[in-house]
Write a protein that binds this ligand. Structure first.
Ligand SMILES: [Zn+2]
Length: 63
């Protein structure tokens, strides 16, 4: 299992997502982000989004 936690990105949020693969965990994290962190994500440029995506992927750990 791969696990994503908002806290690993420095967000004040208790959301965690697990997936059988990294891709699955990322998908769940993005779905969560689009709803709960929409304001934060809306304010990002394309460049910042790309950087954020990399950070997100790097923050996922085996669980
Ligand atoms: Zn969150």
């Amino acid at each position: 299992m791969e696990k994503f936690a908002c806290k690993n990105l420095g967000l004040d949020c208790d959301f965690e997502a697990t997936g059988a693969t990294k891709e699955e965990a990322i998908k769940k994290a993005m779905e969560h982000g689009n709803v709960v962190h929409a304001d934060m994500m809306k304010g990002m440029s394309e460049e910042q989004m790309a950087e954020f995506g990399q950070k997100l992927e790097a923050s996922i750990q085996p669980a």
